[in-house]
Design a protein around this ligand. Structure first.
Ligand SMILES: Nc1ncnc2c1ncn2[C@@H]1O[C@H](COP(=O)(O)OP(=O)(O)OP(=O)(O)O)[C@@H](O)[C@H]1O
Ligand SMILES: [Mg+2]
Length: 311
């Protein structure tokens, strides 16, 4: 089982309407709701790839209940821990005429120390059945900035590799516990490493404790740097569409490759084909299966020159 962690689980609400009348009354003919947060999206993709998954994290209030109901309908194993505060909703208002979206992001609950302790104890219990854990997304209010460091340490103590997709101080703190893999995008990597060049930035994160660094470069693909070498994988073609959630698909594919102990070039090939296929799909956690299979053999994977990856 692969365990995904979403500490600030969300209910993603999408309003579809022809056009928004600013400062007017807008009737919404179509509303869609699904459980969200990055870890939930990763779990959805993993499940579609045939992997056994469980979703944990924190959820509360009426919105928390709605999140859990949708997880159940989607057939995702629900191991969320209840909190007293109200879970957040994200509202995406999509104008059908041009497909443009405006997002409203609620903050979510303030988590107490006792709730955080209860979560760590549930997490430690779930590790027994886990082949890997995925820690994704921002931290809710109330949690210490080194929350991910604590979880990576627990995973390591249980012999379970941890994949971390976070940014800023939460990522910086998590690195020190030696996660098996971190997956920042270009901007997140530059911010944490303090260097714009992604290969040099990835080496900074290796030195800070990550066992491998995958930097996602949007339409330019995905690069991985490890102690043993590095590779750059590029999509067969740039894909027009909605890139939100492409990073989550890359994380899902890389985690599956980690659990199966595949060679890095194979992991990258799947991650890049799958994340490109995600750009074609309208909703987070979904991908175009035909495009994914078609692109798998067409992703280009090249080793990076040794002098750029070794210190
Ligand atoms: N327009 C595109 N065409 C083809 N592939 C893409 C495109 N955009 C993204 N990808 C693929 O998706 C991967 C992840 O994209 P990106 O770097 O945007 O992640 P991210 O910013 O972490 O996204 P997320 O919103 O999920 O957090 C890239 O490494 C690339 O392989
Ligand atoms: Mg991302």
């Amino acid at each position: 089982m692969i365990l995904t962690v979403t500490l600030n689980a969300a209910l993603d609400v999408t309003y579809h309407l022809p056009r928004v009348a600013r400062f007017g009354s807008n009737r919404v003919p179509e509303v869609a709701e699904q459980a969200g947060g990055k870890g939930v999206n990763v779990a959805r993709v993993l499940r579609a790839l045939g992997a056994e998954v469980a979703v944990t994290g924190l959820a509360g209030g009426a919105t928390g209940l709605a999140i859990r109901q949708e997880l159940g309908r989607a057939g995702l194993r629900d191991e969320l821990v209840a909190v007293g505060g109200e879970s957040r909703r994200t509202i995406a208002v999509v104008e059908q005429e041009d497909g443009d979206a405006t997002m409203y992001l609620e903050p979510g609950p303030v988590v107490t120390e006792q709730e955080w302790r209860a979560f760590r104890s549930r997490f430690a219990g779930l590790l027994a059945g886990a082949g890997a854990v995925v820690l994704s997304g921002s931290l809710p209010r109330g949690l210490p900035v080194d929350a991910y460091r604590e979880l990576v340490e627990l995973a390591r103590a249980g012999g379970v590799p941890a994949v971390l997709d976070a940014d800023g101080p939460a990522l910086a703190a998590g690195l020190t516990a030696r996660p098996a893999l971190v997956k920042p995008n270009r901007k997140e990597l530059a911010a944490v490493a303090g260097i714009d060049d992604p290969v040099a930035g990835a080496r900074v994160l290796l030195a800070a404790g990550a066992e491998a660094v995958a930097a996602s470069l949007g339409p330019d693909g995905l690069l991985v740097v490890t102690e043993r070498g590095g590779w750059l994988a590029t999509p067969p073609e740039p894909v027009p569409g909605n890139p939100t959630g492409a990073g989550d698909a890359a994380v899902a594919a890389l985690t599956l490759g980690l659990v199966r102990d595949e060679p890095w070039p194979d992991r990258l090939r799947r991650a890049v084909a799958l994340s490109a296929a995600t750009v074609l799909a309208p909703r987070a956690g979904e991908f175009d299966g035909a495009a994914y299979r078609r692109w798998l053999d067409r992703v280009r994977v090249e080793p990076l020159p040794v002098r750029t990856v070794s210190s």
